[in-house]
Design a protein. Sequence first.
Length: 215
Amino acid sequence: MIKISPSLLACNFARLEEEVRKIEEGGAHYVHVDVMDGHFVPNISVGFPIVQALKSITKLPLDVHLMISDPDRYIEEFAKAGADIITVQQEACIHLDRTVRYIKEQGKKAAVALNPATDIRVLEYVLPMLDMVLIMSVNPGFGGQKYIPYSTEKIKALKKMIDKMGLKTDIQVDGGVTVDNCREIKAAGANVLVAGSAIFQSKDIKETIRKLIEY
Ligand code: DX5
Ligand code: ZN
């Protein structure tokens, strides 16, 4: 089943609740929250208060993507704030095994994101513990960037690795996902699509989500 996780980074934050209603009515499966610290990535976005506020207005699972250094310091607090899926960047974790266990101990789904240049093989040993792997198809930090074409090969290789190990791990793709390239991304093996600009800048959000699912 294909799941859509709209990235709020591209929404109108002055009307956050209305934007959330639009994606709920449009059939989104998750709400993707991009947390940036101005250190791991060259941008700053939102933190605990926004996750908490979102939790109070929606029943959709909060898919919290931590683009922050040393995420261990904040995992417990994001879990308490209402995150349902917590994604850490592999490049930000010195002790990834410990970080993944820590997320699971909070009773949350654990995911690891890989920057475009990071080899999927870094996940070989922790893969059985993960609920989801996030393939970054742009360099993290900003919405509205172009999909990096080699990401498709990476998704295929990851899908092969997951199948070979007999796992059911979700494959999420984030960055530059549009109605024009979603078919290729899904055919490669991805089943969770993050889209910011493609959804929030479209005239008809419901129609765009439908296309992202069905194309
Ligand atoms: C990028 C973020 C993405 C971003 C996607 O650093 O992780 O979630 O908001 O935005 P689009 O879909 O516009 O590329
Ligand atoms: Zn993201």
